[in-house]
Design a protein around this ligand. Structure first.
Ligand code: ZN
Length: 113
């Protein structure tokens, strides 16, 4: 199942009925026992399953191929993603930066092929 399909399924799972104020999952939005607005409830549901990251712009271009260079080096070239980095531990912010650079490079690589 693609991410788009999973997102569509999650949105269907949390479809809101404005008349009853009950989400399809059973949460009563905006009432005493479930004191969240529907948007707050949906935000929690999305964040529990998906992560949204801002995709970074390339740090530069090497022979017209975009690259991202932080703690690891990531490059999109000829429809492929190249990662040159060390194995081992990364701080959480470094891991997120690497993940965002990999997704940005994957998007560029798909656009190249
Ligand atoms: Zn729900």
């Amino acid at each position: 199942m693609s991410v788009s399909d999973e997102l569509a399924a999650l949105l269907e799972e949390h479809r809101f009925d404005p008349e009853t104020r009950i989400c399809a999952c059973g949460v009563e939005c905006g009432v005493m026992c479930d004191n969240l607005t529907y948007l707050e409830h949906l935000n929690h549901a999305l964040r529990n399953r998906f992560s949204v990251v801002e995709l970074p712009e390339p740090d530069g271009y090497a022979e017209e191929q975009p690259y991202w260079d932080s703690t690891d080096y990531v490059e999109a070239e000829d429809g492929h993603v190249y990662l040159i980095g060390s194995t081992g531990y990364r701080k959480p912010n470094e891991a997120r930066d690497l993940a965002a650079a990999l997704v940005a490079a994957a998007n560029r690589a798909e656009a190249q092929s």
